[in-house]
Design a protein around this ligand. Structure first.
Ligand code: ADQ
Length: 464
């Protein structure tokens, strides 16, 4: 078994299965694979240093080695806040109106990827499998190759790959894609992203791609595939049995006093469609005044990326909208929207989801969206709630039994809310069991195994 080397922007220290859960699902999923292969997880510590030295902080926790580096303030500004979060994130979520194309950002991005390569390369061994994650690190594979890495190197993109006509607005787009083609395996969340990438390669670079989604590029065999990510199903379900989960469920049930609860759980990010969702809920209350006293909308949205102006703006917008709707609809003893700016442990989320009749997930663009899958997994099989899901989340193609909506359309969301509130038990059970089957089968372990097997498996094929 080859050793697995995982690289991502940030490293979260895996604590092992069953550990109380502030850690991400990815940490749990990759943690077991890293443990089994005595692997290493490499990335930025999240800390800053005056002068980059390339010194690594190596730690071993529960059988997993993590290696992290500190970055200079200018790196963080240009690479992380800049190119990653102000250029690529908006562009890849089809928000070119928010994408900033600044030369300094591009330079910082290249510099940090070089720093990653410079420190990581001496750590690697010839037969390590290297798995690079996400848009922060597109050029890393190429940087490692330049230093002589002959390893199998895979890349997985957690966010959507944008349509070609938007992507070409990125200065030096061709250079970026050519660096991506240095990986042996490139994974996307869904078929649409895969198609967008393929179309770009065919039309802009004149490359031929086989029916097996592989191509020969500069003497190497490169494969492209969709690997839809899932939740850590077993861990999530185990957490659902905890005291924390039960207590969280009780809090919502008791305080909602029989009202039908709609829940939204999102990072505070413009890609998640929150202002549009608030408007749709406002319209729902305006259109169906008799439902106001029977409904409670709980939106949990912890702030993220606070250093970026567009994130500060969206926060203000939402505070305003929540205030307006509550101002118009509240009674002295009733407030229809609870808008909460903090995160909760996954176990508590389980309880919140379970107490809610409707899971409202309406991103304008989303690579996958794991909240949709968590909502399904948390339901009571005897009395399950209804998932209302945006057609623009990667999860939509995996969860067609949800009520699929257009997140830009207030009517579409409103109608789905009415349909969900009025849905008979039999239909709810039928839809839920179809959704649950997909969530269970396509869990994060399946995702990880499929990717790693494809990365190893393709090695058996003759090159170029
Ligand atoms: P995110 O944009 O962060 O991830 P998402 O998949 O919805 O989006 O959430 C990831 C995790 O964060 C979920 O497990 C969820 O429980 C947790 N989370 C979200 N809001 C929370 C809150 N308010 N409190 C506590 N926890 C919260 C990116 C891509 C997604 C893709 C994932 C994984 O943007 O499309 O699904 O990576 O690949």
């Amino acid at each position: 078994m080859s050793r697995l080397v995982v690289v991502s922007n940030r490293v979260s220290v895996p604590k092992g299965r069953g550990a109380a859960g502030a850690q991400g699902g990815l940490a749990v999923a990759l943690g077991s694979a890293l443990r089994e292969s005595r692997g290493v997880w490499f990335g930025w510590s999240g800390e800053e240093t005056d002068h980059f030295t390339g010194d690594m902080n190596m730690q071993r926790n529960d059988g997993v080695t993590t290696a992290t580096i500190d970055l200079e303030p200018q790196d963080v500004e240009e690479y992380y806040n800049g190119y990653a979060n102000r250029t690529l994130w908006p562009l890849f979520h089809s928000r070119i109106d928010l994408a900033e194309y600044k030369t300094d950002f591009g330079r910082g991005y290249e510099r940090v990827n070089e720093r990653f390569a410079e420190t990581l390369f001496p750590l690697t061994e010839v037969d390590d499998l290297i798995w690079v994650h996400d848009y922060h690190l597109f050029p890393l594979g190429e940087r490692l190759r330049r230093r002589g890495a002959k390893n199998r190197i895979g890349f997985f993109l957690h966010i959507p790959w944008p349509p070609r006509n938007l992507f070409v607005s990125l200065p030096y787009h061709e250079r970026l894609v050519r660096t991506v083609l240095e990986y042996d395996l490139i994974g996307f969340q869904d078929e649409e992203s895969l198609e967008n990438f393929e179309l770009y390669c065919q039309k802009e670079l004149g490359l031929e791609i086989g029916e097996d989604h592989c191509l020969d590029y500069e003497g190497r065999h490169v494969c492209l595939r969709a690997f839809p990510i899932g939740i850590d199903f077993d861990e999530f379900m185990e957490g659902g049995k905890s005291k924390q989960a039960k207590e969280a469920e009780r809090r919502i049930r008791e305080s909602s006093r029989g009202r039908s609860v709609i829940i939204g759980v999102d990072r505070l990010d413009y890609s998640k469609g929150l202002p549009e969702r608030f408007d749709a809920v406002g319209r729902f209350f305006d259109t169906y005044p008799e439902r106001v006293t029977k409904t409670l909308y709980v939106q949990i949205a912890p702030p993220s990326r606070q250093d970026v102006v567009s994130y500060q703006r969206i926060r203000e917008t939402l505070e305003q909208k929540a205030g307006q709707i509550n101002g118009a609809q509240s009674e002295v003893d009733l407030v229809p929207i609870r808008y909460v700016n903090r995160g909760y442990a996954r176990r508590e989320l389980f309880g919140f989801y379970r107490a809610s009749r409707i899971g409202l997930v309406t991103p304008l663009r989303d690579g996958m969206n794991l909240v949709a899958k968590e909502y399904v997994a948390a339901q009571d099989p005897e009395d399950p709630g209804v998932l209302v899901l945006s057609q623009f989340a990667g999860a939509a193609s995996q969860l067609p039994s949800a009520l699929i909506v257009n997140p830009h359309s207030e009517e579409s969301i409103c109608e789905a809310l009415v349909q969900a509130q009025d849905m008979p038990l039999e239909e709810r059970k039928q839809r839920w069991s179809e959704l649950m089957e997909s969530v269970r089968a396509n869990d994060v372990e399946f995702w990880r195994k499929s990717f790693v097997e494809a990365l190893v498996g393709d090695a058996a094929q003759p090159k170029g």
